[in-house]
Write a protein that binds this ligand. Structure first.
Ligand SMILES: [Zn+2]
Length: 460
């Protein structure tokens, strides 16, 4: 059965126009006027019709500190769809001493028959021995064309610089993209140990022991290693001006360095960690929330393409899980519940408040991500032949944040009580309506694994 999304304004990264979208099966069959065509009609009058947002930074059922993030691929992708996100690229973790293949299979198994929107994986390398480096080629064969390394979390996820360099060298050979979490893990460990020895156990000390300079130092070091290896690099969750400036400097001298920020660094600050009754623990993530003085710089970095995209780093934990760190901030599971909130928050505070154009918001939430992570032009654009991953965004569909409107499996909402003027009304994944006016209407398993192409430096 064909569908027509009628009467809306299509907004691609390249421009906006008033047109209908004709969907045949799973793909877009036409963009134009389709009066008299026999098809099911989705009325988009007064709405913006956007390519589905893509979130390249999520952690579903992620093991952390003896527990797991509380959203699985079912609940997490329901929340994604409700917020206009139609594809996620989640992190599979190398489970030492297993190889990459067995780890990927484990993550594939979790997502299979569970997801409501399409999903891919990056492979996070936590132990880059010879066997692992050799295994990277096998990931490419599986359609996993990006890798992740951590410069933080010593003895858990962190790789040494020699391991990192080996990953970069192999990535250059393969034509893949390396993503990096930039914080100086050992220096931070020292600050954490000192704070705890002084009896400083509250959530705020999570932020105070991970200062901006530790992120900036690691960002500069990561870029220099990538520059030496001749490999492109994507810096995840840039939280502050000093780290962003390392990326800007690298790009200006011709280094293929890219970066994203996350919504929490635009809309939250270190003050959230001071909330009473341990509520500050809800806002514990790494890098930590920063002084709000960084926010205008990050907005401008998005506007001027100093940073290329925005994700969520969605990694939710319930209050009970957060209480693992009640007496020791370093035991609070790291992560925020945010996957549902990105596109609507960027529309409200970006477009409506005049910080970013509509086309730029589409670019940084969808198109640029599709291009950097090998999904374009199948995803990230409304055009003939692309997957019919589409959001009908109603600028007058008011949304009030709270647990009653959240599909995320957490018992609080980080924006509880805040309101938006507009929000997604209908979200389609490959031509199937997933989210319709407040309800998820698909069964788990609609979403499929997507194989991604190799990184194309000239496409981004
Ligand atoms: Zn993350």
């Amino acid at each position: 059965m064909r569908k027509i999304i009628r009467g809306g304004t299509i907004v691609n990264a390249s421009g906006a126009s008033d047109a209908d979208v004709l969907i045949d099966g799973e793909t877009i069959a036409g963009v134009g006027r389709f009066d008299g065509v026999d098809a099911e009609v989705i009325d988009a009058a007064g709405c913006f019709v956007l390519p589905g947002a893509i979130d390249n930074h999520t952690h579903m059922s992620m093991p952390f500190g003896g527990t797991r993030s509380s959203d699985d691929y079912d609940t997490g992708t329901q929340a994604a769809a409700a917020g206009g996100t139609t594809c996620i690229v989640d992190f599979a973790l190398q489970m030492h001493p297993n190889g990459l293949r067995s780890s990927l299979e484990e993550w594939m198994g979790r997502a299979e028959d569970a997801a409501h929107v399409d999903y891919g994986f990056h492979m996070a390398i936590t132990s880059a021995d010879r066997e692992t480096i050799a295994d990277m080629g096998a990931m490419v064969e599986e359609g996993v064309t990006s890798f992740k390394v951590f410069m933080a979390y010593p003895n858990v996820l962190m790789v040494r610089d020699d391991e990192f360099l080996a990953v970069l060298e192999r990535s250059r050979e393969l034509g893949t993209l390396v993503m990096v979490h930039c914080e100086n893990g050992f220096a931070i460990q020292h600050l954490v140990n000192t704070a705890l020895a002084n009896g400083q156990t509250d959530p705020i000390h999570h932020a105070l022991t991970r200062p901006e300079t530790m992120e900036a130092e690691a960002t500069g070091r990561a870029i220099r290693l990538a520059e030496f290896a001749g490999a492109p690099l994507f810096v995840v969750h840039v939280s502050c001006r000093d780290a962003a400036e390392e990326i800007i400097a690298a790009r200006s001298r011709g280094v293929e360095a890219y970066g994203e920020t996350c919504i929490q660094y635009l809309f939250n600050s270190i003050d959230d960690l001071r909330r009473p009754d341990f509520a500050g623990a809800r806002y514990v993530c790494s890098p930590p929330l920063r002084d709000a003085a960084n926010q205008p710089f990050l907005w401008n970095a998005l506007r001027f393409d100093h940073l290329q995209s925005i994700s969520t780093d969605h990694c939710p934990f319930t209050d009970e899980q957060k209480r693992l760190g009640l007496d020791d901030f370093s035991k609070i599971p790291n992560g925020l519940a945010a996957i549902q909130h990105r596109l609507p928050m960027m529309w409200e505070h970006g477009v409506r408040e005049g910080r970013l154009s509509m086309t730029r918001v589409v670019d940084i939430t969808s198109t640029a991500i599709a291009k950097m992570f090998g999904l374009y032009p199948r995803k990230g654009v409304i055009d003939v032949g692309a997957d019919a991953d589409i959001v009908v965004f109603d600028p007058n569909r008011r949304h009030v944040f709270g647990t009653d409107t959240s599909f995320m499996n957490v018992d609080y909402d980080i924006y509880e009580g805040q309101e938006l003027a507009g929000s997604p009304r209908v979200t389609l994944s490959r031509g199937t309506v997933v989210f319709d006016d407040g309800k998820i209407v698909t069964k788990p398993g609609h979403g499929r694994f997507v194989r991604r192409s190799l990184f194309d430096p000239l496409a981004v």
